[in-house]
Each structure stands twice: as structure tokens, then as C-alpha cells.
Design a protein around this ligand. Structure first.
Ligand SMILES: [Zn+2]
Length: 76
């Protein structure tokens, strides 16, 4: 399956690390949606949103935008 690789800031590691993003297999999900009479559309949408974020290859954490990380740090 096609993967997207990019170097992004990982909040967990505290440094820029290689991230990998796996786009959902839409053809497979489409066939599953047909097979389940449309019921599979719900997990399809859920997985599409969830898998849309790059994952750190060092620690496995999902990528958090630096802007959001700054906001969280202010509250601590
Ligand atoms: Zn990391």
C-alpha cells in the first residue's frame, strides 16, 4: 500500500522525527460498503479521519500540530 513519508515535529520525542502516513485503501472500503449494504460507510469515514494523521516512526505517537502543542504547554 502507498505510504507518505515526511519529517515532522514529534511532541513525544521532543524533536523532528520521520513520520509515516498510510492513506486508507478506498477501493477495499468501497467493496466492503457494497458487501455490507452501506453499513461499512460508517467505519470507512471513521478510519479515513483517524488514519489521515501522520504517525511518528520512533515512538508511534500521532502527529500533533505545533500550534496545538504550544496551547497545551501554556495550561500546564
Ligand atoms: Zn516520536
Amino acid at each position: 500500500m502507498q505510504q507518505v513519508h515526511e519529517t515532522l515535529w514529534c511532541r513525544n520525542c521532543g524533536e523532528e522525527t520521520p513520520h509515516v502516513q498510510k492513506p486508507p485503501n478506498h477501493l477495499l472500503h468501497f467493496l466492503l460498503a457494497l458487501a455490507t449494504l452501506g453499513i461499512w460507510i460508517i467505519p470507512w469515514v471513521y478510519l479515513s479521519i483517524k488514519q489521515d494523521r501522520p504517525r511518528c516512526q520512533d515512538c508511534g505517537a500521532l502527529y500533533t500540530a505545533q500550534l496545538m502543542a504550544d496551547k497545551f504547554d501554556e495550561g500546564e
